[in-house]
Design a protein around this ligand. Structure first.
Ligand SMILES: Cc1cc2nc3c(=O)[nH]c(=O)nc-3n(C[C@H](O)[C@H](O)[C@H](O)COP(=O)(O)OP(=O)(O)OC[C@H]3O[C@@H](n4cnc5c(N)ncnc54)[C@H](O)[C@@H]3O)c2cc1C
Length: 507
């Protein structure tokens, strides 16, 4: 370590949900932490997921009871600690002729109900599609369905919430800082960043998601780099296909399932595909995938979707643990921690948004065995409004939002609601300070907040990750946001690509 260089207890490569969760947990246990990301925080897989807090009903088919149970238990925890960006989500699973029989669907949903403790997540039920609102969106041949519940979360915001708490507890967060080299010298890790910055840490966590293999091998120079299987998953956003809260889980003749979720009030989110890719940065939605998703939804929808209904598309890459001989569907979604023997270094492989917090606890158990877990009952910053004794976060959020709307009655309640569902508790301060100039659906005070408090540096960061305003603002308003960030007209044409999966190369 050279003179003046800070020695951190832990350096984390990658500020996706796993890195962010580890940073928060470690900082809260009193460790000094630095976390670096080559791009925007949460800018890779962790903003391109289906956004479900779920055990994974379909993983029951592969007898992955351990993973499903672990993930189901986390639903209640995440709904409690991040109630402003998550909610219980009902799913309608229609029975389709020639596919899984009714008894199998009933058995699976019942098992799902009983694998973990439920507090705010309701149990499943059999429904008659002819007598429910959801059924009106489907072709009349579909009559019987099962409604079961999981959770929904804004994935990109979950990353930022964890990082904000980590920073509040002393962590240094460095977005857009590629780690080009990490060398083990004199019992420490010396990190060299793409911008020439040098850092030192006692322990190193490689949480580079789909890049974890590459980082272990090329950046850390290890010969026991984890073997990853990279699977691209694509989503499309379309006009809203149905009213009501229900999402659909739709079985396909190829044995796969796709989800159609209510999204951002006016839209539906449809995904996902599974396509093997060789390189993590190479993912982008193909026309073939769009066709597949439209056909998969149209197999059920009474009012078919066309390519013209697609307003947005995005792809992410799942970093799965390589299990030779298994196909994409059967490969476990569980995470795997690889300790690099004698080097005070660990690589995180695989995982789900849903299990990021327990993954962080597992990592801390290894790198700081004497410290105690604390995150299961500690609300994230946006969820840290005053709660009544014993009150669940979901109920507390509704009560707090009602009170805020009543108190700030001079604002449009829809604006308060939007802000509350974005930054949660901090909306109080933002509203009290005044929102400033309206740039056409987004206010200057918000942009300032995202820049000062949430590491936003470009219009794309705000339009597609801190918010999903990219779906709602017209092009003039989006250009205003870009101008606010000092972007030039040539940057503006990149805005729609802001949510595409692309990363600066390593090195
Ligand atoms: C299509 C799809 C749908 C999914 N749906 C769900 C779902 O509904 N529910 C669920 O629970 N899970 C879901 N998942 C899984 C979940 O999204 C991932 O497991 C999770 O986001 C992985 O997070 P991560 O932090 O490991 O990786 P990432 O979010 O990819 O973060 C890794 C970070 O490392 C950074 N990085 C790489 N190299 C370097 C370097 N040299 N220096 C600095 N930084 C570097 C990258 O920039 C990146 O930001 C889905 C995944 C996909 C692909």
């Amino acid at each position: 370590m050279s003179a003046g260089e800070t020695l951190f207890d832990v350096a984390i490569i990658g500020a996706g949900i796993n890195g962010a969760g580890i940073a928060r947990d470690a900082a809260g246990r009193g460790l000094s932490v630095v976390i670096l990301d080559a791009g925007d925080v949460g800018g890779a897989t962790s903003s391109a997921s289906t956004k479900l807090i779920h055990g994974g009903l379909r993983y029951l088919e592969f007898f992955a009871f351990g993973l499903v149970r672990k993930a189901l238990a986390e639903r209640e925890v995440l709904l409690d600690i991040a109630p402003h960006i998550s909610w219980p989500q009902p799913f309608v699973l229609p029975h389709a002729a020639g596919m899984r029989p009714v008894w199998q669907l009933r058995l699976a949903t019942l098992l799902y109900d009983h694998l973990a403790r439920r507090v705010v997540v309701p149990g499943s039920e059999r429904i008659d599609l002819r007598a429910t609102r959801a059924g009106r969106a489907l072709k009349p041949d579909y009559r019987t369905a099962f409604r079961y519940w999981d959770g929904w979360v804004d994935d990109a915001r979950l990353v930022v919430e964890n990082l904000k708490d980590a920073a509040a507890r002393g962590a240094l967060v460095l977005p857009r800082t590629t780690v080009s080299r990490a060398d083990r010298r004199d019992g420490q890790w010396q990190l060299i960043c793409g911008d020439g910055r040098r850092l030192a840490a006692r322990q190193l966590v490689n949480a580079a998601g789909p890049w974890a293999g590459e980082v272990a091998q090329r950046v850390m120079g290890l010969n026991d780099a984890p073997q990853l299987k990279l699977v691209q998953g694509s989503h499309i956003v379309t006009r809203r296909v149905h009213l009501g809260r229900d999402a659909f889980m739709l079985q396909q003749p190829d044995g796969r399932i796709i989800f159609v979720l209510p999204y951002e009030r006016d839209f539906s989110l449809i995904g996902t595909t599974e396509t093997d890719v060789q390189a993590p940065g190479a993912a982008s939605v193909t026309d073939g995938e769009v066709e597949y998703l439209l056909a998969a939804a149209n197999r059920y929808l009474v009012r078919p979707l066309t390519a013209e209904d697609v307003v947005h598309r995005f792809a992410g890459v799942r970093p799965l643990v390589l299990e030779p001989g298994k196909g994409d569907r059967e490969t476990s979604r569980d995470y795997h921690l690889v300790s690099h023997a004698g080097l005070d270094a660990l690589s995180v492989v695989g995982g789900k948004i849903t299990t990021y917090r327990v993954l962080a606890e597992d990592v801390l158990r290894r790198i700081s065995p004497k410290s105690k877990p604390w995150t299961a009952s500690a609300p994230l910053p946006g969820g840290a409004f005053e709660r009544l004794p014993g009150e669940h976060g979901q109920a507390g959020f509704k009560r707090w939002l009602d009170q805020l709307q009543a108190r700030e009655h001079h604002y449009d309640p829809a604006i308060i609601r939007r802000l509350a569902h974005t930054i949660g508790a901090d909306a109080e301060q933002l509203l009290a300070g005044g929102l400033g100039h309206n740039l056409g659906g987004v206010f200057e005070a918000e942009l300032d907040y995202f820049r000062r408090r949430e590491w936003a540096q470009t219009s794309g960061d705000v339009l597609w990750r801190r918010t999903k305003l990219g779906l709602h603002l017209d092009s003039a308003a989006q250009a205003e946001v870009a101008r606010w960030f000092g972007e030039t007209p040539s940057d503006l044409k990149d805005i729609p690509a802001g949510h595409r999966f692309a990363r600066p190369g390593l090195g």
